[in-house]
Structures are given as C-alpha cells and as structure tokens.
Design a protein around this ligand. Structure first.
Ligand code: GLN
Length: 243
C-alpha cells in the first residue's frame, strides 16, 4: 500500500455490476476509513486503461455477453495481471471470479480465455442454473465466520491443484460440481460465487482483503452491529426457505 492511502479499484462497473457490486467497494472504503486509513477509489470503465498501482481490485458479476466483453478488454489491457504481479489483492465475484480463471464458456457457447490468475476452469453446467441462498464455511486458513450470500450462475467451476476452495457450502451449490466447494483463492487472488453484495453481508471478508493489502494480521475492531442483524436474518431465511 502507498504511504498515503489504500487504493481501491472497481473494475468495469459498466459491464460487471449486476447485483449491487458497488456495495463491495463501499464496504471496503468504509471499513478502512473506520480504521483511520485514507482511501481512494477509482471506478474504471471498460474503455479506460486499468491502473496497475491499486491495492485492491474488485471485479463483479455480470451477464454472459458483458462478461465476454470484459474478458476481452481485460486480456487486451493486461493491467490486472500486472497489478497481480505487483502483489495487489484481486477479488472477483461470479462472472468476475470466472474471468480470473483459465477459461469459461461465453455467451456464444465457446470457451473464452480468462486471465489465468486462478487455477480454475468454468464450463456450462448441464443441470439447473444455480440460484438461491448460500451458507458456506470458509477455509480455516482464512479465519472467517460462515459466509452468507446469494448465487445465480449457469457456469460451474473446477479447481486445479494450485487453487484452494475459498469455502465449503452448507447450503447452496457454490462451484456447482457437486463436491461442496465454493469459490477459490491463491495468495492474493480470491473469487466467489456469492453476491449480496458479499462484503456487505460478510464485512469480515472485507477486513480480510484490507489486512492482506496492508500486510497486517489484525485491524482495530469497529463498532458495527448492523451486519450481525442482517446476517442472522439471512441465515434464518436461508434455513427456513432453502433454494
Ligand atoms: N454469466 C455467468 C454464469 O451464468 C456469471 C453470472 C453472474 O455473474 N451472476 O455463470
């Protein structure tokens, strides 16, 4: 991180922002400011070059055609790979998660190269679309409470040997291949199928991204109880009315 501020980059909001993904950027900004950090946020449209000096890059969900356009432009731009090489934190949701991988199936039914930042491959699931509430236990190395979120995707994702599952579903489909895994991560690159927006529903995951960006093990606690009420409500709703 630079001396002066945490630089958050929201990647291609014009193409990838189907489920209020801006909320993820807002939550990171707020949680960082609550710790006294200065934060700058740059929203980079798909016709603009991506800065490579960001600390945290957020890439959201999207429908199939915008997802293909985003992947094409990100490959051409190359900035996200350079940022990852610089050690930036990259966090992808759903379509954004799929783009971070080796390849996914695009809106034309063809295999589309991703950015190769995660060792994952996404194919079109031949069953029902994965839609509904998700509860998932996070990889114990990450030290987070159970995640709650909402998924809506047709693609299903296989993890290669260098990607670790981000979590294991208790409810919902996650990566959708029947092994219970949800999302993937490797060092500073993390991806999930969870919308919500996921960081509003799981602010400790936002804190994890900030800690990784700052390279610290802990942040001062913040007084914020709203999320616990939201979390309890969503867990109850998901449990009473599973998808
Ligand atoms: N288009 C992708 C799929 O259906 C991602 C969808 C999304 O981002 N919600 O798998």
């Amino acid at each position: 991180m630079s001396e002066s501020s945490l630089r958050v980059v929201w990647v291609y909001p014009d193409l990838l922002s189907t489920y209020g993904d801006q909320g993820n950027a807002l939550v990171i900004e707020r949680r960082a400011r609550q710790r006294g950090l200065k934060v700058s946020r740059q929203d980079v449209r798909s016709d603009q070059p991506l800065p490579t000096s960001g600390d945290i890059y957020l890439i959201g969900g999207g429908e199939d055609r915008p997802q293909r356009l985003a992947a094409e432009r990100l490959r051409r731009d190359g900035g996200l790979q350079r940022a990852a090489d610089n050690g930036a934190i990259i966090f992808g949701v759903c379509a954004g998660y799929q783009i971070l991988g080796r390849e996914f199936v695009n809106d034309l039914g063809r295999s589309e190269p991703g950015l190769g930042l995660l060792d994952i491959t996404t194919v079109r699931g031949d069953g029902e679309r994965c839609v509904g509430d998700v509860l998932a236990d996070v990889d114990e190395r990450l030290g987070l409470p159970q995640l709650t979120g909402f998924e809506n995707h047709q693609g299903v994702t296989h993890l290669g040997p260098t990607a670790r599952p981000l979590a294991r579903v208790r409810l919902g489909r996650g990566n959708g291949i029947g092994d219970g895994t949800e999302g993937a991560w490797r060092e500073t690159v993390l991806g999930t199928y969870l919308h919500g927006p996921v960081l509003a529903r799981n602010p400790l995951l936002a804190d994890l991204l900030i800690k990784l960006a700052l390279d610290v093990n802990a942040l001062p606690p913040v007084e914020d109880r709203w999320y616990e009420a939201l979390r309890a409500e969503r867990i109850a709703a998901a449990t009473v009315n599973p998808a």
